[in-house]
Design a binder for this molecule. Structure first.
Ligand SMILES: C[S@@+](CC[C@H](N)C(=O)[O-])C[C@H]1O[C@@H](n2cnc3c(N)ncnc32)[C@H](O)[C@@H]1O
Length: 230
């Protein structure tokens, strides 16, 4: 049923001249086939700082970074990041096979370099993160640190918070990896903030002020924040 759904595409044009085409398939379970609110905010935030998010972190568009997106869904946030950093390697991860197929279609639709932008299976967890690093030959053990981890609207199921945070800690490198999240403040968001307190000796969180977000694509209840692994 999910894979018989033809889906529909949406095209985004940004003030920096870039564009993005995203196919959605609403029949995919757990919302993994549609664009979530925080993704709109996050991609416009990325595009507003095309010279590399300098206000928050020094990233040079022409350099080669390794980026992993968690819970990519349609792949929208990872695709936007890939457009901004064309020489970097981008792994758009998901545990839904239907989402992974959709991500591949979206990589094609945007004519991105498939040697550099790839979909990969990843369910959040420590063992799964270790396997991903081994399969892709990335991470500190392989002398290829993951520089950036991104996630959009993946903070919602309280029972997954530990798996999600431990997955990030396993993938990342202390004092190196920077994590950029967009999250809608809903029922469980407060629980996530509480959970982060348990990780405060490992993760430092910085909220991006609304002033830095795109005027049209921001909302009081959608937070963009950076997590540094310390
Ligand atoms: C609310 S959707 C957000 C999708 C997309 N990031 C966006 O903002 O449009 C959450 C995504 O996380 C994925 N997901 C949920 N639990 C997961 C897990 N334990 N491991 C990996 N992916 C998961 C779902 O399949 C879904 O695509």
């Amino acid at each position: 049923m999910e894979d018989n759904d033809e889906g529909f595409t949406q095209e985004f044009e940004f003030d920096n001249g870039m564009n993005l085409i995203v196919k959605q398939r609403s029949s995919i379970k757990e919302g993994g086939g549609t664009i979530w609110d925080a993704a709109y905010v996050l991609i416009h935030f990325f595009m507003k700082h095309p010279k590399g998010l300098q206000d928050f972190m020094v990233l040079e568009p022409q350099k080669s970074y390794t980026m992993v997106e968690l819970g990519s869904g349609t792949g929208i946030a990872g695709l936007a990041f890939a457009k901004l950093f064309p020489n970097s390697t981008h792994y758009l991860t998901e545990y839904s096979l239907s989402s992974l197929k959709l991500i591949d279609e979206n990589i094609d639709l945007n004519k991105l370099n498939k040697d550099l932008v790839k979909s990969c299976t990843l369910e959040w967890g420590v063992e799964q993160a270790k396997q991903l690093k081994q399969d892709l030959k990335i991470g500190k053990e392989n002398h290829k640190d993951i520089d950036i981890i991104i996630g959009s609207d993946i903070v919602y199921l309280a029972k997954q918070f530990d798996d999600l945070l431990q997955c990030i800690l396993e993938l990342g490198t202390q004092n190196h990896t920077r994590v950029i999240f967009g999250a809608t403040e809903h029922g469980n968001y407060g629980l996530f903030q509480k959970k982060l307190e348990e990780y405060q000796d490992k993760i430092k969180i910085t909220y991006v002020s609304l002033d830095y977000l795109d005027d049209q694509f921001m909302a009081e209840d959608i937070k963009v924040f950076i997590m540094d692994l310390i």
